[in-house]
Design a binder for this molecule. Sequence first.
Ligand code: SF4
Ligand code: SF4
Length: 174
Amino acid sequence: MRDGPARRLVKRVTRLVNSFELGVRRAFLARRGQPRYRLTGTCNGCGQCCEQPGIQVERFTWHVKSARALFLWWQRVVNGFELVSVEPKWRLFSFRCTHYDPATKQCDSYDSRPHFCRDYPVNLTFDALPDFFPECSHGAVDRKAAELVKALEDAGVPAEKMEELRKKLYLKDP
Ligand code: SF4
Ligand code: SF4
């Protein structure tokens, strides 16, 4: 259901807090040379990232019952995310988004979507091994790809092995 004025306002304030917090965290990561990858491609609107959005949480939210309940309540009531499954290994909650229309592949509240949605797939460039949806037209390339390719060439890696390494190590534009 499309967001009304009250929910839009709550989400706007939350978004400002989230983007400030994320900006500070990423400023620290930038000092450590992160993200490791550069995002490539443009969105083709396939909608896969909206079909079952997943949110990985901190240990505190995962383990503390009241924090977990509050998190899930917020996702359901404010963001319209209904819990579908949990993946303990990754502390990951997967949801069904009530704003997503699978027929049109559109979001009915795109201008008030949460910060989490706006950050995808840039957030993947901070992962050790970015994993994109099969239909996603984005990709990731190691920022040091040119240096790494040169080092592999200098080491005499054969051409066919080089192609395999380029794919595995994110050394080429997809
Ligand atoms: S709120 Fe909109 S952008 Fe975010 S997952 Fe739902 S449909 Fe996609
Ligand atoms: S999965 Fe990728 S291409 Fe598809 S809608 Fe999401 S960002 Fe766009």
